[in-house]
Structure formats: C-alpha cells, structure tokens
Design a protein around this ligand. Structure first.
Ligand code: GLP
Length: 261
C-alpha cells in the first residue's frame, strides 16, 4: 500500500486525475471503477476540466462500472448513483450511457442483481483502476462494518450512521434509502489498481484504522491491506491520525520518477 500525503482536496483531485488519465492513455478501452460521494468530486471536476480544454485523453471507448446503488429510489432519481455519475462525470467526458454500468436496483430482479453485476464485470475483463472513498465508519462502497472480507455484489442494509452521513443529499433522513446494492469487498479486491482518496478531518480516524490498524471486518476498508496495488491519496486533515505520516512523505519525496503511482 502506498500512502501519498498531499496538501488539500484540490491536490488530491489533480493527482487522482493524473492516475485515471494515465490508465486511459495506456488503454483506450480501459475499464474505470467509479465511486460516488463528495470525495471524488474534485477529481471528476479536474478530469472534466482537462477534457474540455482538450488536454485529456479520449474517453470514447472507455467503459465504467459504478461501485454501488441505492435500492428503492424511482428510476432516474437525481440521487441515484447512476444519475449522479452521469451528471458529475461521464456525460461531460462524452462516455455514452450504455458504457456506464451499475448494479440494477429494479425491484423484480434484486435476488440475482448481484450475480448479474459480477458477470458483467467479468465479461468486461475486470476493472483497471477503481476509485474509492471511505465512509466515516470505515465502509468501502456500501460494505458496512461486519461485511465479509470476501463478499461479492449483493444487497445490504445501511447503518444509521451512513444514512445520517448521506442525508445531506436528500430532503431528510427519512428519504435516505435503507437498502443498497454494492460491490462486495471481494469484488473490489479484483480490480487491478485501487485508488483510495480521503480528504477532511472527518475521515482521519477511519483512514488510520484502514491503513495502520488490523485487517478486520469491523473496518471494511482495512481489507485493502491484502491488495497488491493500492494507492491512498490523502490530504493533511485526513492524514491527521496516521502514525507513519512522516515516513509516507519521505517515501513519496524519494520516489523515482519512472515508477509512477
Ligand atoms: C457513500 C458511498 C461510498 C463513499 C462514502 C463516503 O456512502 N457509497 O462509496 O466512499 O459514502 O462518501 P463521501 O465521499 O461523501 O464522504
């Protein structure tokens, strides 16, 4: 795991955008794994800015897979993750809607929605780079504490804390769905490169537990310690509880240019 301590959310966004662009330049039909929440927004804005300025790569052949989706919202609801990803990123990058996939929350297909999504991921050849945020309780995608470290895409029930965290996107707490479809921790581990981004003091504790604590289902993001290629981009506030912060800085400053992230 490579932890990269950066200054602020904008710098995190720029470096994360560099990583995504590098993947797409290397492979025009790259498979991008996309996350929602507030944390990836500076990254998405930076990718869109560069694309509009014609300094970014072409995304015409890129395919995208979303991490998760709410269950119970009407189709096309603006807070559905499908709509959010289209609005915040893929429409502006010129990625056709049929190249952007997400778990299917249609009520009559929930029993096999997870298996269908796993099959779609497999037939796309897997994810080249997966963007990830972290929940304040250490959740990854919507894998709440207690999720099996080997889990696959399935329906889950949100904790009260996550529903409260996400209530800002809805009219009230009561409007936040209780159920979701989410890639499992085992699904996420299959992506070839995991790019975790964490910004703000509210993530400091969860991030420290994920990166420096024991691997445990009580902190789902700690499962990243098992993956061979994880990059953690973190701003000063979110790095506040990392014991080895100075060492991460030292490693990053001494990193050979050829190595990349
Ligand atoms: C949501 C999403 C996660 C996201 C997390 C943190 O519940 N399902 O993918 O990483 O919460 O969100 P934010 O970046 O807004 O803090």
């Amino acid at each position: 795991m490579e932890v990269v301590p950066l200054t602020d959310a904008d710098e995190v966004g720029r470096i994360a955008a560099d990583v995504v662009e590098t993947v797409v330049r290397r492979r025009a039909d790259a498979v991008l794994g996309l996350a929602t929440g507030s944390t990836p927004l500076p990254t998405y804005r930076e990718l869109v800015r560069r694309h509009r300025a014609s300094v970014g790569p072409s995304y015409a052949r890129v395919r995208c897979f979303n991490l998760d989706e709410y269950v119970g919202l009407p189709a096309g609801h603006p807070q559905s993750y499908r709509a959010t990803i289209a609005r915040e990123l893929t429409d502006d990058l010129g990625i056709a809607p049929d190249r952007v996939h997400g778990p299917d929350p249609a009520p009559d297909g929930l029993a096999d929605a997870g298996a269908r999504y796993e099959a779609a991921l497999e037939s796309a050849g897997g994810v080249d780079v997966q963007l990830l945020g972290i929940g304040s309780d250490g959740h990854l995608a919507f894998n709440e504490p207690g999720s099996s470290l080997g889990s696959l895409t399935r329906i889950k029930t949100l904790t009260e804390q996550t529903r409260r965290d996400n209530a800002r996107f809805f009219g009230s707490l009561d409007d936040v769905p209780r159920h979701v479809l989410t890639q499992g921790l085992g699904t996420i581990l299959r992506a070839r490169h995991l790019l975790l981004i964490a910004t703000g003091a509210g993530k400091a504790e969860a991030l420290a537990a994920a990166v420096e604590g024991p691997v445990s289902a009580s902190c789902p993001a700690s499962v990243l310690q098992h993956h061979p290629h994880v990059t953690v981009l973190v701003d000063e506030a979110a790095a506040g509880r990392l014991e080895r912060r100075d060492h991460y800085r030292e490693v990053y400053d001494a990193k050979p240019a050829w190595q990349g992230l």
